[in-house]
Design a protein around this ligand. Structure first.
Ligand code: 8OZ
Length: 364
């Protein structure tokens, strides 16, 4: 009997061939002119198509949603055509792929924004974090607080991006509501000091999340929409006075929308699985009505165990998928893994991207 991690999972009408998910991973290899997904990216994703589900790298829903150079977008016709070649390549290998819809909010720089404008955010509070600009790493710029009247336009940008994802052949979309980007900035009270219907109470701070999920589920069946949270992550200068209350309410919004899965970054993104006092993952996990996708520093043993015990339905791997295109086969055979090379994570070409060897190539 294979461990449950290696068995199929059906979500709505989609049957994933196993419970191993390729996490969304920013790699900064889109074409610099127009942030267009390209053939190199198609090769990279197709190499990883044996994942039960691939979640694309964050793809900005609008020019305003961009916070780093060479991240792909999903608002122009060229971008949709570029993504279409990628989803075709993944489907040809029997895989499934969702688009991660991304708006960075305040985690941006004037040099990356249309007409050099200030990035937008719930409140005019600068994030103490770095972004990657055309001239290298820079401090995030001071943002401008969105007017209440502008929020409908932001929601419409998300809806349009979901329509584009559908046109590009994606099997679904994941809303990036984690890691200190726009939706997360609204959720947590360290970054949201608004006094309108989108700030203050937990109900108000989760309102944008609910409106965006409603928009996405008007385009895709709700089971083909996921949402990613990072309740305890400090990444990009984030904080909340009561993360359990905030994220139980956020999960309520996800449940109300009927999403297919909730993707939880358990701990501090990419750094540690330590949790603050009072944090309890099992309580969050039990609150999720759809599938629960766990992420953050899993290895084979902890992933097998999480799915076996029901602590997770699916487990996402990031760095291990960077270094092992055939991660599913390697984990299934308990084979040795390639080591990820951080120097080539962000930007560059094929090196450290599409040239990690497969097991069979090594044997040959
Ligand atoms: C690392 C570098 C740039 C962006 C995230 C989209 O943390 C990111 C990201 C990660 O969600």
């Amino acid at each position: 009997m294979p461990e449950k991690l290696f068995t199929p999972l059906t979500i709505g009408t989609l049957t994933l061939s196993n419970r191993i998910v390729m996490a969304p991973l920013t790699r900064n290899r889109a074409t610099p002119e127009g942030d267009v997904p390209n053939a190199l990216m198609a090769d990279y994703y197709a190499q990883r198509a044996s994942a039960g589900l691939i979640i694309s790298e964050g793809t900005q829903i609008s020019p305003e949603g961009k916070g780093y150079i060479q991240t792909p977008g999903i608002y122009s016709d060229e971008q949709v055509a570029g993504w279409r070649a990628i989803t075709d390549a993944v489907h040809a290998k029997g895989g499934h792929i969702f688009a991660q819809l991304w708006h960075v909010g305040r985690v941006s720089h004037t040099s990356l924004q249309p007409e050099g404008r200030a990035p937008v955010a719930p409140s005019a509070i600068t994030a103490d974090t770095k972004v990657f600009t055309p001239s290298g790493f820079a401090d995030a710029s001071e943002p401008r607080a969105l007017e209440t009247s502008e929020i409908a336009r932001v929601v419409a940008d998300y809806r349009k991006a979901a329509e584009n994802a559908k046109a590009a052949g994606f099997d679904g979309v994941e809303l990036h509501a984690a890691n200190g980007y726009l939706i997360d900035q609204f959720l947590r009270d360290g970054s949201n000091k608004r006094t309108d219907a989108y700030g203050g109470s937990v109900e108000n701070r989760t309102r944008l999340l609910a409106e965006v999920l409603a928009a996405l589920t008007s385009v895709f069946p709700a089971s083909q929409v996921g949402v990613r949270f990072s309740p305890f992550s400090k990444f990009s200068d984030m904080s909340d006075s009561d993360p359990m209350a905030t994220f139980l309410a956020a999960i309520d919004r996800a449940n109300d929308a009927g999403v297919g899965y909730v993707h939880m970054i358990e701990g501090d993104t990419g750094n540690s699985r330590d949790l603050p006092q009072g944090a309890d993952l099992l309580t969050l996990r039990k609150h999720v009505k759809g599938a629960y996708l766990a992420n953050n520093i899993y290895d084979r043993a902890s992933a097998v165990s999480a799915v076996e015990t029901g602590a997770a339905d699916l487990v996402a791997f990031g760095r291990l998928f960077i270094a092992n295109p055939d991660l599913v086969e390697r984990l299934a055979r308990n084979a040795p893994l390639n080591e990820p090379q951080p120097a080539t994570f962000y930007g560059g070409g094929a090196e450290g991207y599409t040239d990690y060897p497969r097991l069979d190539a090594k044997a040959a």
